[in-house]
Each structure stands twice: as structure tokens, then as C-alpha cells.
Design a protein around this ligand. Structure first.
Ligand SMILES: Cc1cc2nc3c(=O)[nH]c(=O)nc-3n(C[C@H](O)[C@H](O)[C@H](O)COP(=O)(O)OP(=O)(O)OC[C@H]3O[C@@H](n4cnc5c(N)ncnc54)[C@H](O)[C@@H]3O)c2cc1C
Length: 322
């Protein structure tokens, strides 16, 4: 493969916004992702004729740098406001909660247009030569670049960097290694009628194993069929990580039952090895100038979509200045 300016590992929101900023500044950028789609944890899937967001449910914006992008995405018809006043959460009342028009993955898909993104390319090792990075994928492809940006959840990014056998973080390594993520389970279910959830079809649950129930039809992304997304807490996910769907899915549906007025037609579970970082780092990226290496993602500067997005934007700026 011909050398490029920057390789970004990961086509989640942080990697895609980093790539967008770098392209705007004239850099040649190649993004690699192991997934079949774009967006990482901003994920939408189809099931039995329904469409469901099974990772991130919505995002909020407080920073003007991201607000500028959000205004463009609203104008382009990529995202919409889902709701503003959370029924059970007065602390955040008033902030618009944005979602994709047809699913949260609309946004990463939109960002990937015009970028060079290679999907189904799991990076298995990275190596630093005198003045370039060499990245190898599971399919045997080799990519080279002057700069390397890693945007995978931090423990995965560090495992990859370990394959290079270089000292990439010195005394900072223990701080980077200390970042931990919660696991999560999502149960996705198609119903035989309206869910009965109150408007806007988003319910934060504060007791028991279920933390969240969303009605994707009320959200507007599953017009044909009522379909719900249920999220578990981290303790339940740990306990039932290797249980069958018949066990863990049934337990989650039972916990959600009091909130629903319809029957489940079909369900599936999805395991999330990394939901949110428990102890994110208080800076927006990690930069090793001599190695031309930048680490970004939601482990830096704040969890959630906005934190990851800003990490991507700031990571691009530091790379451009180096
Ligand atoms: C269940 C759940 C619910 C959530 N709810 C919300 C919410 O409502 N609001 C909110 O703001 N946030 C929410 N979040 C968090 C939010 O989704 C993340 O903070 C954000 O999407 C992280 O983006 P990122 O770019 O840092 O990482 P990711 O989206 O994880 O992107 C990293 C990418 O790296 C790729 N990758 C990893 N390893 C390799 C490799 N070896 N080779 C190639 N590619 C690789 C992955 O495939 C992935 O696409 C939720 C997350 C989960 C899981």
C-alpha cells in the first residue's frame, strides 16, 4: 500500500471527526476499522423489520466547536432533536438530545462520506520504523504512514501499541493503563404493539438491573414496527457476560415488563465490552511528538459522544501543530 500522511485506527465518532479535521487541513488520511459498519459504539441494527439503536442512544452538546458541526448536521438532515426535557432527569433538563434521522449511525455514515475508510480491517499489530508507522491487519494488508492515531477504547489501543515494542508513554503509562470501562448488555426486542412508554419513548430506570428503556418507534427510527432497546447495568453485564440470550435476555425483559404494555415477538442480546470509561483522563488526547503518535477517544476529556468528538477534534489540532 502506498504511504499516507496519517493512519487512524477506529471509525467511531472520535476517529471520524479527527479525520475530517485533518482532511480539511489538507492531510492525506486513511481510517481503518474492524467493524462492517461505521460508528463503533454509535450503532444501529435491523431486526425482524424493526430498526434499533443498540449502543449510544442520543448525544448532547455543550461545546461551541461541536455545536458548529451539529448545526451543519441538522441543516443536512442527518440528525434531529429527539427530546429536550428528560422525564426523570431534572439535572440535564433543557439540553437538546440529538439522534440520527434513521438511527444514530446516520451521523458516522455521513462523516465517512468523502473520507478514505477501510472497513472489516482489524489491525493486529503496529510497528515504528525510523520515520514511519507500519500497521498490519488481520487480512494481511499493510499500511504505512508518518503519523498514527489510535481511537479504539483505551485498553484496546494500548494492547495494540504494545505490539510495537517501543516506549510510547514513559512515566505516563501507568495513568493510561489505569483507565477502566464498564461492560454493558443490550436486549433488543420487537413488540406486537405500542410499547406504552410515556413520551418521548426514553425511560431512565433507577432501580434493578435495567438502566434504560427506549422505544425506537417513538424515536422515529423504526416507523414500521414497535421495537425497544433495553440496557443493563454493569454488574448484571459482568454476571451474565457468558449466559445465553434465553437467560440474560429473559431476565432483562422481565425487569422491563412493568413499564411495557405489549408483548415481545422476538429478542436478541448484544454484549458491549466497553460502554463508558469509569475514570476518564482529564485531558483531551495523549500525544507523543517524537513518535508521531496521538491517542484519542472517550477515555480522554470526558466520556460519551461529545467527549469523544472533542477528543478527535483536539487530537487533529495537536497533530497539525507537530
Ligand atoms: C450501550 C451504550 C450506551 C451508550 N449511550 C450513550 C448515550 O446515550 N449518549 C452518549 O453520548 N454516549 C453514549 N455511549 C457512549 C458513546 O457511544 C461513546 O462514548 C462514543 O461513541 C465513543 O466514541 P469513540 O470514537 O471514542 O469510540 P468507539 O465508538 O468505540 O470507536 C472505536 C472504533 O475502533 C474500532 N477498533 C477497535 N479496535 C480496532 C482494531 N484493532 N482494528 C480496527 N478497528 C478497531 C472499533 O471497531 C470502533 O469502531 C454509550 C455507549 C454504549 C456502549
Amino acid at each position: 500500500m502506498k504511504p499516507t500522511g496519517v493512519i487512524i485506527i477506529g471509525a467511531g465518532i472520535s476517529g471520524l471527526l479527527c479525520a475530517t479535521e485533518l482532511r480539511k487541513a489538507g492531510k492525506s488520511v486513511c481510517v481503518l476499522d474492524k467493524g462492517r459498519g461505521f460508528g463503533g459504539r454509535m450503532a444501529t441494527r435491523r431486526m425482524a423489520g424493526g430498526r434499533l439503536d443498540h449502543g449510544a442512544q442520543f448525544f448532547t452538546v455543550r461545546d461551541s466547536r461541536l455545536q458548529r458541526y451539529v448545526d451543519q448536521w441538522l441543516d443536512a438532515g442527518v440528525i434531529k432533536e429527539w427530546f429536550r426535557h428528560a422525564p426523570d432527569d431534572s439535572s440535564e433538563a433543557g439540553h437538546p438530545r440529538y439522534c440520527g434521522i434513521n438511527g444514530i449511525t446516520d451521523l458516522p455514515k455521513h462523516l465517512a462520506e468523502g473520507l478514505e475508510v477501510h472497513r472489516s480491517q482489524q489491525v493486529v499489530s503496529v510497528a515504528r520504523d525510523v520515520n514511519k508507522w507500519q500497521v498490519q491487519t488481520a487480512t494481511g494488508q499493510v499500511y504505512t504512514a508518518e503519523h498514527l492515531v489510535l481511537s479504539a477504547p483505551l485498553p484496546q489501543a494500548l494492547s495494540l501499541l504494545d505490539t510495537a515494542g517501543v516506549n510510547y508513554a514513559g512515566a505516563d503509562l501507568s495513568e493510561l493503563r489505569a483507565v477502566r470501562y464498564d461492560k454493558g448488555l443490550a436486549t433488543l426486542a420487537v413488540l406486537d404493539g405500542p410499547s406504552g412508554l410515556p413520551q418521548p419513548g426514553a425511560l431512565k430506570v433507577s432501580e434493578g438491573i435495567v438502566t434504560w428503556i427506549a422505544d425506537n418507534q417513538m424515536k422515529g427510527i423504526s416507523p414500521e414496527l414497535p421495537a425497544i432497546t433495553i440496557h443493563s447495568d454493569a454488574a448484571f453485564a459482568e454476571l451474565h457476560w457468558d449466559s445465553s440470550d434465553e437467560v440474560r435476555g429473559a431476565l432483562m425483559l422481565k425487569a422491563a415488563e412493568p413499564y411495557l404494555q405489549a408483548n415481545v415477538v422476538e429478542y436478541k442480546c448484544h454484549r458491549w465490552g466497553f460502554t463508558l470509561p469509569v475514570n476518564p483522563l482529564p485531558y483531551a488526547y495523549y500525544h507523543n511528538q517524537s513518535l508521531r503518535l496521538v491517542l484519542i477517544g472517550d477515555a480522554f476529556g470526558g466520556p460519551r459522544v461529545e467527549g469523544a468528538a472533542l477528543s478527535g477534534i483536539e487530537g487533529a489540532q495537536v497533530l497539525l501543530q507537530s
